[in-house]
Design a protein around this ligand. Structure first.
Ligand code: PEP
Ligand code: MN
Length: 269
């Protein structure tokens, strides 16, 4: 073994592990749903997502958008917010699926926590230490999305921040990093590089579950199936996938959403 890695392991510098009995059952954990809550449709979507084999429903009520004003459509601005949470509550009630939804700010933990079964920390908040410290004090599991710039030790450091507060239910979500895919002039929505090798790299140091997000990692729906398979083959513990009844008309992230048939095939493949 590379002696530098061995020395890090010997010094226990990067080892962060959790008591697997304490954690949420993340083994082949399948999360799916639209990028955002778009309206009452989320209730029917939840039922269909469940039929496809999902263990949890994802959908953002609070959406950090790259362009908060420029991309505003029909009054829809950075998510349906409180109304979106109410709809997620109803979707949970009618489908029985747990809810994965983003909390953008420590001050919103109580509000979002009334509905979320798993708090999603978005890429943009990967190193928001106020938020991570506050989530460490919660009893609700956290899905921490890697910042597009995040190194291996920065990922483990961010996880450690949540764990030290006492919250042992943490999973890492890998979702693509800053890079320059050489085909992106052709596939223009492929903004990120998938970085699948971070899965075994993390597993050298930690037993924290790793959920792979092929939707944001690729940005392009035709790549979601092959990259999902690759992520599982290389050791991911689960997937989080954006799926929509009418993918091209998704309000946010329309290029990467897949339909329910494709989703079912991935989950049952
Ligand atoms: C999302 O999951 O919809 C999202 C905004 O992802 P990310 O934080 O990875 O960009
Ligand atoms: Mn999205």
């Amino acid at each position: 073994m590379n002696s530098y890695i061995q020395s890090l392991k010997d010094q226990d510098k990067l080892n962060i592990s959790i008591d697997l009995n304490e954690k949420f059952n993340w083994k082949y954990f399948k999360i799916a749903g639209p990028c955002s809550v778009e309206g009452e449709s989320i209730i029917e979507i939840a039922k269909q997502i469940k039929e496809c084999g999902a263990d949890a429903l994802r959908a953002g009520a609070y959406k950090p958008c790259t362009f908060p004003i420029t991309k505003e459509t029909n009054g829809w601005k950075e998510g349906m917010r409180k109304e979106g949470l109410e709809l997620l509550k109803e979707a949970k009630k009618q489908s029985g699926l747990p809810i994965v939804t983003e909390v953008m700010d420590a001050r919103m933990i109580d509000t979002v926590g009334e509905v979320a079964d798993i708090f999603q920390v978005g890429t943009r908040n990967f190193q928001n230490y106020t938020l991570l410290d506050a989530l460490g004090k919660q009893n609700i599991p956290v899905l921490l999305k890697r910042g597009t710039w995040g190194t291996l030790d920065e990922i483990l450091g961010a996880v450690e921040r949540i764990l030290v507060g006492g919250n042992k239910n943490v999973a890492i979500c890998l979702r693509g990093v800053v890079g320059m895919p050489s085909y992106r002039h052709i596939f223009s929505s492929t903004r990120w590089a998938p970085d699948l090798m971070m899965i075994p790299a993390l597993k050298e140091f930690t037993n924290i579950p790793i959920i792979y997000d092929p939707s944001h990692a690729t940005g392009y729906r035709n790549f979601v199936t092959p990259v999902s398979k690759a992520a599982l083959a290389i050791g991911a513990d689960g997937l989080i996938i954006e799926a929509h009844p009418n993918p091209v008309n998704s309000i946010s992230d329309p290029d990467q959403a897949i339909d329910f048939n494709t989703l079912k095939n991935i989950f049952n493949g």
